[in-house]
Design a protein around this ligand. Structure first.
Ligand SMILES: [Zn+2]
Length: 130
């Protein structure tokens, strides 16, 4: 999307890319630590009773982190394609203030709220299954 403030837009894109790359590095470090501890036999023996629960929690955390990682990679891809910052649901531009807070945001606030209330219901349902 071409606008008269293209220079400003380019500058913002650099800011978003940097924020995304930093977050990505952070997640990769967190995932690395989790995987190492899961694979460590001494760690397992030391806390035999807790292992099952701990692994469950860690795998769950890893799942969340991997989901976030995918979102970040998606966002980096969209930056490259020039589609970054456009709500995937309604096509509206996501305000840069929101993108600065959540660089991997895929939806505008309105759409996110709809999705979010769905996720909360979904999460509550899943909790019951365990
Ligand atoms: Zn939207």
């Amino acid at each position: 999307m071409r606008t008269p403030v293209q220079g400003e837009a380019n500058r913002m894109q650099k800011t978003f890319r940097k924020a995304l790359m930093e977050k990505k590095a952070e997640i990769l470090v967190a995932l690395g630590i989790n995987f190492r501890e899961l694979a460590d036999p001494e760690h397992r023996l030391a806390a035999e009773d807790n292992v099952a629960h701990e692994e469950f929690v860690r795998l769950r955390v890893n799942r969340v982190l991997q989901g976030q990682l995918r979102q970040i990679e998606d966002s980096l891809e969209r930056l490259k394609m020039g589609e970054y910052g456009i709500c995937e649901s309604c096509g509206a531009a996501i305000p840069s203030k929101r993108l600065l807070a959540i660089p991997w945001a895929r939806f505008c606030v309105d759409c996110q709220e709809q999705t979010f209330s769905f996720s909360v219901a979904e999460a509550a349902r899943m909790e019951k299954e365990y």
